[in-house]
Design a protein around this ligand. Structure first.
Ligand SMILES: [Mn+2]
Length: 310
């Protein structure tokens, strides 16, 4: 028979376990609510299935998947990279997946859009949206809302876009999952430990870092940051189970981690356009890059450095 003291200890342990469980449940509920509030404030609908596309094995068939980083209107480099991808697979047809920021900054955004839409209509490609697609949609909203709205200089090329073009951008998902390859593609990043449908759409588009803090009574809490001043590169904290392929972080360039691959190698700034071939038959993913034809766009930071050097 347990003594009174032992009974008290058992009761205390059980109470603590109950309290811990309730707190975990409460934390999860609050997290979900916060994401929903964040998403709805940013104008995202609560239909998470619209945001997260799943591409099945039967859709892809035996085609190798070719995931390409930030294109930013670099149409010629994209064509060259796809050609290199085909050659590397003995001229097999590829299933293209773009990791966001396909448009803006570079010289041929309209050509990239038309090319991708054509591939998608033929079931040969998928793409996620990046922060630049989001910026284009913001411009479109302003354009359709205000009669005398003038596009800022860097967006004047959107005058060539028609309603269907914007509708195409609007339907792009925030993530593409390919379960049979254990792969998920997002533009910017993911917070480890949170299921896809509970992630903030905004963070998927523009996070770079994640900061882990311990707070009472929630325990370890992860916060995503767009500006990489606080925390560390999110990919270094990613625990899986899927391998994440992403873009958005050209300052860090090519990132090769056990469960995450960063593909933005700054083509539009005169760097390279990079893609990775995932072939269900072959052992390891194959990285391919082509050089930019020229420096299509000068980033703010780049311009500052050049000024300091002259
Ligand atoms: Mn981006």
């Amino acid at each position: 028979m347990p003594t009174a003291l032992e009974k008290l200890i058992i009761a205390c342990v059980m109470m603590a376990a109950l309290l811990f469980n309730s707190l975990s449940l409460l934390r999860e509920t609050i997290q979900l609510l916060l994401v929903q509030i964040k998403n709805s404030v940013s104008g995202f609908s609560s239909n998470s299935h619209l945001h997260h596309e799943v591409v099945t094995q039967s859709q892809i068939g035996d085609r190798p998947v070719f995931i390409v980083g930030d294109i930013h209107g670099c149409f010629d480099e994209l064509q060259e990279l796809i050609e290199a991808g085909r050659k590397s697979t003995n001229d097999r047809e590829l299933y293209l997946v773009c990791a966001g920021d396909m448009l803006n900054k570079g010289p041929k955004s309209k050509e990239v859009l038309d090319f991708l839409r054509d591939l998608m209509q033929r079931g040969m490609a998928s793409a996620v949206r990046g922060n630049h697609e989001r910026a284009i949609l913001n411009q479109y909203r302003l354009l359709s809302g205000e009669t005398d709205y003038t596009l800022p200089k860097r967006y004047t090329y959107l005058n060539e876009f028609n309603r269907d073009d914007f509708a195409f951008i609007e339907q792009l998902p925030y993530s593409v999952s390919i379960p049979h390859l254990n792969a998920v593609i997002v533009h910017a990043g993911l917070v480890s430990g949170i299921p896809l449908h509970r992630q903030s759409c905004e963070d998927l588009c523009d996070m770079r870092n994640v900061e882990m803090t311990i707070s009472f009574p929630w325990g370890l809490v992860a916060t995503a940051h767009r500006v990489p001043v606080r925390g560390v590169a999110w990919a270094t904290q990613w625990q899986g189970p899927q391998h994440v392929y992403f873009g958005h972080d050209c300052r860090r360039g090519l990132q090769q981690l056990p469960l995450a691959t960063g593909l933005d190698t700054g083509c539009v700034y005169g760097g390279q356009l990079t893609g990775v071939v995932l072939d269900g038959n072959s052992e390891s993913p194959r990285l391919l890059s082509v050089d930019a034809r020229c420096q299509h766009y000068r980033g703010k930071r780049q311009a500052l450095l050049e000024e300091q050097n002259t």
